[in-house]
Design a protein around this ligand. Sequence first.
Ligand SMILES: CSC[C@H]1O[C@H](OP(=O)(O)O)[C@H](O)[C@@H]1O
Ligand SMILES: Nc1ncnc2[nH]cnc12
Length: 287
Amino acid sequence: MQQAEIGIIGGSGLYSMPGFTNIREEKITTPFGDPSDPLVLGELEGRKVAFLARHGKGHRILPTELNFRANIYAMKQLGVERILSVSAVGSLKEEHKPTDFVIPDQFIDRTFARTSTFFGDGIVGHVAFGDPVCATVTKAFEAACKEVGVVGKRGGTYVCMEGPQFSTRAESNLYRSWGADVIGMTNLQEAKLAREAEICYSTLAMVTDYDCWFEGHDDVTVDQIIAVMHTNSANAAKVVKAAVAAMPTGERTCACASALKYAVMTDKKVIPPATRAKLALLLDKYE
Ligand SMILES: CSC[C@H]1O[C@H](OP(=O)(O)O)[C@H](O)[C@@H]1O
Ligand SMILES: Nc1ncnc2[nH]cnc12
């Protein structure tokens, strides 16, 4: 039985979701290991929802250490079809001010020490990723920002860096020269894996700082981020709630729902049984 239809991944500053009812915690294991924490299952706006604190309760897990595969696969195991991600980001443009929200529609990958696919170990698959986020979830976020009365700009490019150190000024200026909008350390792997798992994904990126490029501002520091995060998190919780309420019901019609249809290159006869078994949840529907 589907235990949750909507997943919420809370990032820096959002470690729980206010407004949940009928709450229970579930410790989930996956073929790819354990997620960051037990998932919190409950109802929000009458919808079945699962919440996961990306870095674990108490913020214990570095971006590089995150088991992105287990986090996304755990959502899939619960029956989640759409993930609403919330993340803290630095701004790469003056117009995106701390406390603004951006809903990115593109990514640039600057990570180098992460596993970003469910494929491998004898099976090769390639999903389309030209439009890396789901338009339905993105529009729900945008409408929710409007409803709550916060700045929520749809569109923009999120640079995903490895971290955990923040960027050098040369890097920050390089990303600006590429026209990128915001920078963070976590969203690209989630978007890739959600696509492979045929789960719709979009991020509410909460601007906490101007990174280190802005001459008129101090370089980014964690204490500065935490101060802005308190305002952002309260607003983010309201936006997520409104987005959940606005999420369409019924069969999904977006391309995310069939991303794997033509993805697998490997001859079925040569896929190692153990590998195939690990991916049963993703591939059985195409048998
Ligand atoms: C708190 S500063 C850096 C930290 O914040 C962001 O986390 P998340 O995406 O989980 O909200 C960024 O990616 C870094 O992990
Ligand atoms: N300036 C920044 N760089 C990377 N990740 C961030 N998360 C919040 N602010 C950030």
